[in-house]
Design a protein around this ligand. Structure first.
Ligand code: SME
Length: 159
């Protein structure tokens, strides 16, 4: 495909529905996970204008910063720590409407107000998480959980 996204005007569900097949085309011919994560982060930033969007990858039993778009961020997160470490430990998507109310939230940037973290699987279990931060409270809901959940399935599994 041409490396250009076409996103029609519409609600959030329609936007994800338009974006998912385009990310599928973008990642289809590419097995390298880092390359795909980089394009996915860019596509999400470009489409939704998220404050911060990116990946943490499990390396040596620690979440390590991967491709992202947005301000500089923490590089390593231990299992069970912060929203990312909790989503990894629990193996499920976490939606945090107000990060100040999440015990142990890791504030990489003080402008972040709400967050969603979506784990993704590799050949040996959870391989990492997609983390999206907003500078607005309660920016994420089940539609994001669905859309981002579909998108992380397109990452591939080769380092
Ligand atoms: N807030 C996250 C840390 C990562 S940054 O938001 C990019 C957390 O609590 O795990």
């Amino acid at each position: 495909m041409a490396e250009e996204l076409i996103i029609p005007a519409g609600g959030k569900r329609e936007t994800y529905a338009a974006l998912i097949p385009q990310i599928k085309s973008l990642t289809a011919g590419e097995t390298d996970r880092t390359a795909n994560m980089a394009n996915i982060a860019a596509a999400l930033k470009q489409t939704f204008g998220f404050f911060w969007v990116g990946f943490y990858v499990v390396k040596a039993d620690t979440l390590t910063l991967g491709p992202f778009q947005g301000p500089v961020a923490c590089t390593r997160i231990a299992r069970g720590k912060g929203v990312c470490g909790a989503a990894w430990q629990e193996g499920r998507t976490l939606i945090v409407p107000d990060v100040d109310l999440f015990p142990g939230h890791i504030a990489c940037n003080s402008a972040s107000r709400s967050e969603i973290v979506v784990p993704f699987a590799g050949p040996d279990g959870i391989a990492g998480v997609l983390d999206v931060d907003s500078d607005r409270l309660a920016a994420f809901d089940e539609t994001d959980a669905w859309g981002l959940g579909e998108i992380v399935r397109l990452i591939g599994d080769e380092d």
